[in-house]
Write a protein that binds this ligand. Structure first.
Ligand code: AMP
Length: 231
């Protein structure tokens, strides 16, 4: 690589939206098209829970109750991971979720843009409580889009389906309330800094082309095929 090559500035982005707003789907598309590194606080916590690390065991007790992990634990965990991403474009997903986390992040690095998925709570409640799983196989059903042949029963084994604790109506309501109380101030925080880009809608596929067009003003599309079709 010649020393005269212009290196484009690194993108430091955050994606926000209530749980169940399609953050995971949109993030996967952003990674595919723009080649950014993705750091999801939920994935990181689940990884720690699976490995039964100290943080993982602690996190489980909060997550099972639909509560947020305390700021100091979360911030330390995420800032450590962010340091490892060093010279890459990155997208944070699920962090920061509180103003204290946003302030701690600001001290460590400059954020360029915050993508906000603005999806109505009613749409989310329907989406999340529709998901049922067969625990032994991990098969996932959705009462709206891919229901089991017999209500409450796994198609293959005939065993009962269950709802993840996270997907139970009372937990979903608590998570949305926690989002309302703690995360909306974060949106406000970024709005005041002029960093917030909100995308409103009830369907991910309709929101996505707008996000794609926005990010194309910042990064080239690195996906080979389908470049013309932002799917
Ligand atoms: P998610 O998959 O992003 O919905 O995260 C699952 C759960 O992990 C959340 O409901 C919270 O309990 C916890 N969690 C994830 N990210 C954070 C964060 N930044 N701060 C506090 N708790 C978090």
């Amino acid at each position: 690589m010649g020393s005269s090559m212009v290196v484009p500035p690194l993108l430091r982005a955050v994606i926000m939206g209530p749980p169940g707003s399609g953050k995971g789907t949109v993030s996967a598309r952003i990674i595919k098209h723009f080649g950014v590194k993705h750091l999801s606080s939920g994935d990181l916590l689940r990884d720690n829970m699976q490995k039964k690390t100290e943080v993982g065991i602690l996190a489980k007790s909060y997550i099972d109750q639909g509560q947020l992990i305390p700021d100091h634990i979360m911030t330390q965990l995420m800032l450590n991971e962010i340091k490892r991403l060093d010279q890459h474009n990155w997208l944070l997903d699920g962090f920061p979720r509180t103003v204290a986390q946003a302030e701690a992040l600001d001290k460590e690095c400059h954020i360029d843009t915050v993508i906000d998925l603005d999806v109505p709570f009613e749409t989310i409640k329907c989406r999340l409580t529709a998901r049922w799983i067969h625990p032994a196989s991990g098969r996932v059903y959705n009462l709206e889009f891919s229901p089991p042949k017999v209500k409450g029963i796994d198609d293959i084994t005939g065993e009962p389906l269950v709802q993840r604790d996270d997907d139970k109506p009372e937990t979903v309501s608590k998570r949305l309330q926690a989002y309302d109380a703690q995360t909306k101030p974060v949106l406000e925080y970024y709005r005041k800094k002029g960093l917030l880009k909100s995308f409103s809608g009830t369907e991910t596929n309709k929101i996505w082309p707008h996000i794609y067009a926005f990010l194309q003003t910042k990064l080239p599309d690195v996906s080979q095929k389908d470049a013309a079709k932002p799917r």
